[in-house]
Design a protein around this ligand. Structure first.
Ligand code: AHG
Ligand code: MN
Ligand code: MN
Ligand code: MN
Length: 337
């Protein structure tokens, strides 16, 4: 996309400032926060693209609060994002997949709270498959109060002021929303800038791709089993059978769903009775983006973004994507509940 006035590309920084200028009372703090995340994303992207050369592949040797073995790139991304957020006096605390509790930043006066999945899709790092970073931004419930607590951060997804992801794929792409639609940027490594590629992105109302790890089929609820069977039935009138696509990096699976339409599912199973994906830094931010693009995101009961969180690392099942596809799976879940 080019700026009609100057007939040249629009960078992430310029776009953020143009968006901020539409709100005369804006302080510019959220803009600065988004720019900080953009900087960290460029540094992470450079490391991801050199992963085979620098000693950044493989395990770190530690395990995180989820019992997952932590990869070196998980920690590199975590450190880059937290230090970028620590530089400007805007964010008071970070909650990240790779830290057990809240990470208090130097600026306890900061009014924003940032949730991070610093590196999503870690199991794909060493096999050169797309991975991502996810962020979700809230205002503090009690701005200015000096004590920082988890309680300040436990807010439903509808309270997010911004959310987005970076996808380190065939190119590095950044998507974010502040509640006014979804904008996409592509990193141009030759100038080191994220360049605006799409504004107000809309997800197709129906899609013909379903995305779920069928390895845990045996332990699914009956409604989901029936829904996947429905996807596999030959019926040209409804463009079935659908295609099955599963990358194993949520950011990549959800980004594909945003662009092509369809549905991504991570259900509850015997291994993950409450689902595997984390509400606050995987499901809520991606649900915000997909809803902003005209899609839907639910758990077995209702809207993901209306879940009142009880803990910062809690998990939830998720059914996210095109409205018609999510409504159809909900029909099956309700019928066999
Ligand atoms: P993370 O790498 O941040 O821990 O997230 C991995 C998640 C998510 O990216 C993906 O959708 C899911 O794990 C894949 O899980 P399975 O390997 O169980 O399918
Ligand atoms: Mn992980
Ligand atoms: Mn993740
Ligand atoms: Mn992760």
């Amino acid at each position: 996309m080019v700026d009609r006035k100057t007939n040249r590309v629009i960078t992430l920084e310029e776009y953020i400032i143009q968006a901020q200028n539409k709100f005369p009372g804006a302080t510019g703090e959220l803009s600065q926060l988004l720019r900080d995340i953009g900087l960290a994303a460029k540094i992470i992207s450079r490391e991801v693209n050199k992963a085979g050369i620098t000693n950044i592949l493989g395990e770190d040797g530690s395990t995180n609060v989820h019992g997952e073995s932590v990869k070196k790139l998980d920690l590199f991304a975590d450190r880059q994002l937290i230090s970028a957020l620590n530089r400007s006096e805007i964010t008071c605390m970070v909650i990240s997949e790779e830290n057990d509790g809240i990470v208090e930043l130097d600026n306890d006066g900061g009014k924003y709270i940032v949730y991070l999945d610093p590196l999503d899709g870690s199991s794909n790092i060493d096999v050169n498959v797309s991975i991502g970073s996810i962020f979700s931004i809230y205002m503090r419930k009690k701005p200015g109060s000096d004590e920082l607590s988890e309680d300040d951060a436990l807010q439903p997804g509808v309270k997010q002021v911004a959310a987005g992801y970076v996808l380190y794929g065939s190119s590095t792409l950044m998507a974010y929303t502040t509640g006014l639609g979804v904008s996409l940027f592509t990193l141009d490594p030759s100038i080191g800038e994220f360049i605006l590629s799409d504004t107000d992105v809309k997800i197709p109302d129906h899609g013909t791709i379903y995305s779920v790890n069928e390895g845990s089929y045996h332990s699914w609820d009956k409604g989901l089993k029936q829904y996947v069977k429905y996807c596999q039935v030959e019926d040209p009138a409804t463009k079935r059978p659908y295609k099955a696509r599963y990358i194993g990096s949520m950011v990549a699976d959800v980004h594909r769903t945003l662009i092509t339409g369809g549905i991504f599912i991570y259900p509850n199973s015997s291994q993950y009775p409450n689902g595997k994906l984390r509400l606050m830094y995987e499901c809520n931010p991606l649900s915000f983006l997909i809803e902003q693009a005209g899609g839907m995101a639910i758990d077995c009961e209702g809207r993901i973004m209306e879940i009142n969180p009880e803990s910062i690392h809690q998990r939830t099942p998720i059914f996210i994507g095109s409205k018609q596809n999510v409504l159809k799976v909900k029909e099956f879940l309700d019928e066999y509940a």
